[in-house]
Each structure stands twice: as C-alpha cells, then as structure tokens.
Design a protein around this ligand. Structure first.
Ligand SMILES: Nc1ncnc2c1ncn2[C@@H]1O[C@H](COP(=O)(O)OP(=O)(O)O)[C@@H](O)[C@H]1O
Ligand SMILES: N[C@@H](CCC(=O)OP(=O)(O)O)C(=O)O
Length: 397
C-alpha cells in the first residue's frame, strides 16, 4: 500500500469507489489503489526554462496524464501559464510586474493556454473542462459546494478538469495569489489522495539550489516545522510566482487536511506515472492523520478573514475540550467578515489555537464582545444561537 493511499471516505461523504489498478513495472508493488491526483504545473515547468510555453514538454505531460488515467486513476490539473501565453501572443512586450499587466496578459493568454491543452488532450482521447477559481470560491460555502459538484461531475464522467486562478477578476485582496496554494485548496476540495507539485527544482533542498550549489535534497518531510519554512529562499525563478515558500505553504495546507504532497522535478520523463506508481522522487510531505470531516476540511482550506482574541477561560475550553466559543469569552474582534466566514481563534499568548466558522458577522460580534449569550437578541434584535463559533464548525490546530 502506498504511503498516501487511503481506503475509506470519512462519514457523511460520498465514497469514491475506485478499483485497484495495475501499475507500471519497477514500482513498489504490482497493484496500487486507484488514486485521485491533483497535478500542479508551474510556469517553470510549462516553459522548460525558456520564454514561451514549451510544446514538447506539454505533450509529454499530457501523455503522462493519459497514461495514469488509463490505469484507473483520476487527475485534476492546476496549471499556470496564462500570463506567459499572453506575453507570447503579444510578441513579448517589456515585462511589467504590476497586477493590472498580469491580469491583462492572463486574459489574453488563458484561452490560448486552454486551446493548447484541448488539442493535446484530444490526441490522447481525453476531454477537458476549464475551471477558473478565486479565493472567494473557497470562502463562500455555496460557491465552494458548487465548485465541488462541478469537479465531481468532471472526474466521475472522465473529463479532465483544468484549473487556473481567475486572474482577471482576482483583486489583490481576494486572490489566492499563487497556484501552489490554489492547488492545495483544490486538493482539499476534491479530497485528493495525492497532490503532486511539479517545478524546476528536483524537490525541497536544504537551501535554494540556485544560490547554494552544495544544497541537498530532503526526500521526506514528516511535519512542516519552522525549520522547514526556513529553507524556502526568495520568490523563485524569473517567471514563477512563489518559489519554494508557496510550495511549502501548499504542502502544509494539504497535509493538514490528510492529503500527502510530493514536490518533484517537472523535467524527469514520466514523473507523474512514476510518482503515482509509488517511486520515490523529489520530496514527499506526509499527511497528518486521517481525512478531516468535509466541513472541517473546508474550514482549513479557507482564507481566514478575521481574528478573535479569546480570554483564558475560552481558550482553555476550546483547546482542551474542543468546546464552542461563546461571545463572553471574546476579548477583541479583528478584521471584517460576514456570518459564515472563517476566523482564527487566538489565545491570550498570541498563538492561533483553532479556526472556525463564525455564526455572526464581525460587526455583530463587536457588539457582543464579553457579553452573555442571553443578551444577544436584545443587543442585535435577532439571534443565530448562543455560540460565536459552534464546536461543530471548529478545527483545533
Ligand atoms: N529550499 C529550496 N529548495 C528548492 N528550491 C528552492 C528552495 N528555495 C527556493 N527555491 C527556488 O524555488 C524555485 C521554484 O519556484 P517557482 O520559480 O515559483 O516555480 P513554479 O513556476 O514551478 O511555481 C526553484 O527554481 C528554486 O530556485
Ligand atoms: N495564474 C498565473 C500563474 C500564477 C502562479 O502561481 O504561477 P507559478 O508560480 O508559475 O505556478 C498564470 O496562469 O500565469
């Protein structure tokens, strides 16, 4: 059994029944459970170190996707490359790094990028779907559920979902911001068995290998600790967005929700087939425990839009008993969020101890700070219940 293979779906979720499949020779075993894989392709991989989208590289990648699909695995693609495709289409104008310029280039390039994927997919008998997402799609429960249904339909009906951030409408404050993080959100959304992030480095190194030639590969990471964070260098390659930092962030998000992550080199032939077949390539981040219940998974995948500072008693109740948070235990409300949004619960020492869905908006909670729950209706004129964050909507960290 592969380290990331999981046999059961959590209660209350639709079980994804995938039959065991025969895998390529040379892997750990002849049979492996079918997996749902999210494959993230960064600009560095798609360009193969050049200025433009590297068609031969894209052909190889699509062939690999078709191969693992033929083995019975499911694949969702998270792809960058729209900005590069736009830049290429406009004849490589001088590069500006402004958000507006990137949005413009992305608008020019996204259709072209999809066109390339569609033509290649057709060669291998695959059908594709385009899903353009932003942070709001993971923050709003209804949008999240709609996106999940669309993914499910694609995967169940044999269509390859191709995802990118909807750059054109993604304002700075509502952007996921980079496709590494987006791929982790997608992995959580589809409850992936593996998130494979391909890039131009052979994996996570002890230091940025561009800067320190003596750096060595870290084959396995059990936990994303401060020491691991410290290994990420700067912003990455000339055209990439986040460097190793956003990849570690993605690994943390996905592994916390029970999905293992592999960061592997995009230039190794058949890397997708080999990693899915169980070969040790690049850096593997082990999943923490089992999958969380779907609602809790969603809470973790979300961008938290506010912070609630707790008093000692409330912090203890949340930390030790996983109890609900009542308005009486809140000392301060930071940020602006609507009812139903995710907030961080902060202990008096400043440590984030939990994340949860707020039953009240930030404006409402500011009126309720330190007050008894029976006062809620009198103060607001309505009530959504005695808890600020109900224990069922709370994930302890
Ligand atoms: N500790 C590290 N190990 C490996 N690569 C690192 C590390 N720190 C920084 N990097 C840089 O991250 C880059 C990959 O990130 P990025 O350019 O954003 O790629 P992508 O387009 O695939 O997202 C590598 O080329 C490398 O220079
Ligand atoms: N959405 C952008 C890519 C953003 C991004 O995160 O890029 P990368 O670091 O190369 O994965 C695009 O399609 O060009």
């Amino acid at each position: 059994m592969l380290p990331w293979a999981r046999s059961a779906s959590p209660p209350g979720e639709s079980a994804r029944v995938l039959a065991p499949v025969k895998v390529v020779s040379g892997s750990h075993s002849d049979y492996t459970p079918a997996m749902r894989v999210v494959l993230k392709l960064g600009t560095s991989v798609l360009t193969a170190g050049t200025d433009r989208l590297h068609r031969p590289r894209l052909v190889d990648l699509m062939r690999a996707v078709a191969a693992v699909r033929a083995q019975g695995h499911e694949v969702a693609l998270v792809t960058s490359g729209a900005v590069t495709a736009g830049w290429e289409a406009l004849g490589f104008p001088p590069r500006e790094r402004t958000l507006a310029e990137k949005q413009f280039l992305s608008a020019v390039g996204q259709g072209r990028l999809m066109h390339i994927y569609e033509s290649l997919a057709e060669l291998y008998g695959l059908r594709t779907a385009q899903l353009l997402l932003t942070a709001d799609d993971f923050r709003e429960r209804t949008r999240y559920l709609n996106a999940r249904t669309t993914f499910e339909n694609c995967l169940r009906r044999g269509v390859l979902p191709i995802v990118n951030e909807n750059d054109t409408v993604a304002l700075e404050e509502v952007k996921v911001g980079d496709n590494d993080t987006l791929s982790a959100f997608v992995a959580n959304l589809v409850e992936a068995d593996l998130l494979l992030i391909l890039t131009d480095a052979p994996g996570l190194y002890t230091a940025d290998p561009r800067v320190e030639p003596g750096a060595t590969l870290i084959p396995e990471v059990a936990r994303v600790t401060p020491e691991i964070w410290a290994l990420a260098g700067g912003a990455g390659s000339a055209r990439g967005t986040g460097g190793m930092h956003t990849k570690i962030q993605a690994a943390e998000i996905a592994t916390r929700a029970g999905t293992p992550v592999v960061i592997a080199p995009g230039d190794v032939p058949d890397v997708l087939v080999r990693v899915v077949g169980g070969e040790q390539l690049g850096t593997r981040f082990l999943a923490h425990g089992s999958r969380l219940e779907a609602r809790k998974r969603w809470i973790l995948a979300e961008v938290a839009s506010g912070r609630l500072a707790l008093d000692e008693g409330a912090a203890r109740a949340v930390r030790e008993r996983g109890g609900s948070l009542l308005p009486a235990g809140i000392r301060q409300v930071e940020g602006n969020f609507a009812r139903g949004h995710t907030v961080r619960l902060i202990a008096p020492g400043g440590e984030e101890i939990a994340r949860g869905l707020s039953r009240y908006s930030a404006a409402d909670l500011r009126q309720l700070v330190g007050r008894h729950s029976r006062e809620i209706e009198g103060l607001l004129g309505y009530t959504y219940g005695p808890e600020a964050v109900h224990r069922d909507d709370l994930v302890r960290l």
